[in-house]
Design a protein around this ligand. Structure first.
Ligand code: SAH
Length: 373
């Protein structure tokens, strides 16, 4: 019988497991603290539990994070971890330190089914949803690693913000993502404020409404175009949930809370969506949606048909939005020298067959070279 992995269980689910084991559900709070606040993966050190319970947990349960395959560090301090997940395949997690905060960018699926034309993850297709343990496990491993290294950003934290902006569409893996979000927000686990946890979606409208009721984190939407014709080219999901429906869901998400805004992500693609007329159209579109705009200079990858907009085109675009009163930021490109920037995550190890073929070919080529000498 396989062991129950406790890593991916929120307080409620953990309490249920304990109940099923004939234990008092309040033990969940103690165990949660050990696992997430103390980065512990060994029941024997949980000294406020009885010895009998520790033994029982060791027999029946486990705390098992995804395995690290490799780690890379960019010149600007951005770090990227490649994790192996059960059943083959790999996912990537990116750590972005800044002077007063550090953001972890987490993946929710192995690959992605949505086929956005400018995104590298799309090219590998969809493999599977990550489990809640694999999602929260990315944060668990990074926090444990940074703690060991003595990294601190604010007095008690090495990670201050989380963005669900890695590989995959988080709202198409709803239950596991919400379970992991619960843990991020739980004071006994990571205790992040819900304004510092952002979920980015390409616009799965019904799931936006569900999210509002399940876990009220900050929402970012991959808008990328000011009209349906162009958006459908870039984000094919737009055919199913066109812009008007998407923006209506955004407004519902905010529940008339005047202090809150939806972040509208807009990738800057040269000659495609970066002209002044697009900016004016965007202003009209967002007129009555409380939003801020995040312009993302396109990050190229091998084989893409797109180019990054010129600096001056981005500035002109930004100026038009700002003059119309829209808060508009340009996202700084981080970690592009290690393929860790937005849209560059591809979990290279995924395609094992391709890799082993390439590897075999390179060995054969080398042998041919040796033979010809
Ligand atoms: N699937 C979710 C989560 C991905 S978040 C979503 O679509 O929102 C990553 C953000 O980077 C999204 O806004 C995505 O559209 C954007 N992105 C994808 N490829 C990119 C690229 N090559 N350059 C810049 N941004 C890109």
């Amino acid at each position: 019988m396989s062991k129950i992995n406790l890593l991916g269980l929120n307080q409620k689910a953990l309490a249920q497991v304990l109940l099923d084991l004939g234990e008092k559900p309040f033990r969940a709070q103690q165990i949660l603290k050990w696992i997430h606040a103390e980065s512990v993966d060994d029941f024997s050190v949980m000294t406020n539990l009885s010895k009998v319970l520790r033994q029982k947990l060791t027999e029946l349960c486990e705390i098992r994070p995804p395995k690290i395959i490799s780690e890379h560090q960019a010149k600007d301090g951005t770090r990227k971890w490649l994790f192996e997940v059960d059943g083959g395949g790999a996912i990537e997690t990116v750590y972005i330190p800044e002077p007063e905060r550090a953001t972890l960018c987490i993946s929710s699926q192995v690959g992605c089914a949505l086929n956005c034309s400018f995104c590298h993850t799309a090219q590998q297709g969809f493999q599977r949803n990550l489990t809640a343990a694999e999602i929260i496990g990315q944060l668990w491993v990074v926090v444990k690693t940074l703690k060991k290294e003595g990294v601190v950003i604010t007095p008690d934290r090495a990670v201050t913000n989380v963005v669900m902006m890695g590989m995959g569409e988080p709202l198409l893996n709803f239950d596991n993502v919400v379970m992991a979000l619960d843990l991020m927000l739980d004071d006994l686990a990571y205790g992040l404020s819900k304004r510092r946890v952002t979920l980015s979606t390409s616009g799965v409208v019904p799931a936006i409404d569900q999210l509002r009721d399940a876990c009220d984190v900050a929402l970012a939407v991959s808008l990328h175009a000011p009209n349906d014709a162009l958006r459908t080219q870039l984000v094919p999901l737009n055919k199913k949930y066109p812009i008007a429906e998407l923006l209506a869901a955004c407004k519902r998400y905010l529940r008339d809370d005047k202090r809150r805004r939806i972040t509208m992500e807009y990738v800057m693609l040269k000659g495609v969506n970066d002209k002044p007329e697009h900016a004016y159209e965007l202003v009209r579109l967002l007129k009555d949606v409380p939003s801020k705009v995040n312009l993302i200079p396109f990050n190229p990858f091998f084989g893409t048909q797109y180019e990054r907009s010129d600096e001056h085109a981005i500035r002109r675009f930004q100026d038009i939005l700002m003059e119309a009163g829209l808060v508009t930021m340009k996202r700084k490109t981080r970690g592009d020298d290690i393929d860790a920037a937005c849209g560059q995550l591809a979990g290279q190890v995924n395609d094992r067959t391709q890799r082993s073929i390439k590897f075999k070919q390179s060995i054969e080529n080398r042998e041919l070279l040796v033979q010809s000498h």
